[in-house]
Design a protein around this ligand. Structure first.
Ligand SMILES: [Zn+2]
Length: 132
């Protein structure tokens, strides 16, 4: 019987700390965390896995007209980051949008994601910064 992933991982910690899971049977890595390996099925042994967050830009889009809450940040790039440890994750790429290119190296940075207007609730999470 596979142990279920603690709820706390599925909520905030997975975004903040990049904790995913890994199948110890076949070494496949999952982010967001999964508690079931589609390859090994019942033979899969799932354990926590800490991603470094380092990787490269797999694809990206420059956002010039932002949704509510993000207006002050335009233009900005969002993309798919191919992590060194073997899976991909979507997120914002901070910095000069003209320097973002496919294949460029990125590292994770802990940044403010957005602010919820009147209540002033600030959401933090992982974004990516270009290396070099
Ligand atoms: Zn597996």
């Amino acid at each position: 019987m596979v142990e279920s992933v603690p709820l706390s991982w599925r909520l905030q910690r997975q975004r903040y700390n990049l904790i995913g899971t890994r199948c110890a049977t076949c070494d496949e890595r999952f982010f967001p965390p999964r508690n079931f390996c589609p390859s090994c099925r019942r033979k899969g042994k799932i354990e926590p896995f800490q991603f470094s967050g380092r990787g490269s830009v797999e694809s990206f889009t420059v956002i010039r007209v932002a949704p509510s809450g993000f207006e002050s940040q335009t233009p900005y790039a969002v993309g798919i980051i191919k992590l060194d440890e073997g899976t991909s994750i979507s997120g914002q790429i901070v910095g000069d949008v003209t320097r973002v290119e496919m294949g460029k190296r990125v590292r994770p940075v802990f940044r403010r994601i957005r602010e919820d207007g009147k209540e002033g609730v600030i959401h933090y999470g992982v974004k990516w910064a270009l290396e070099g």
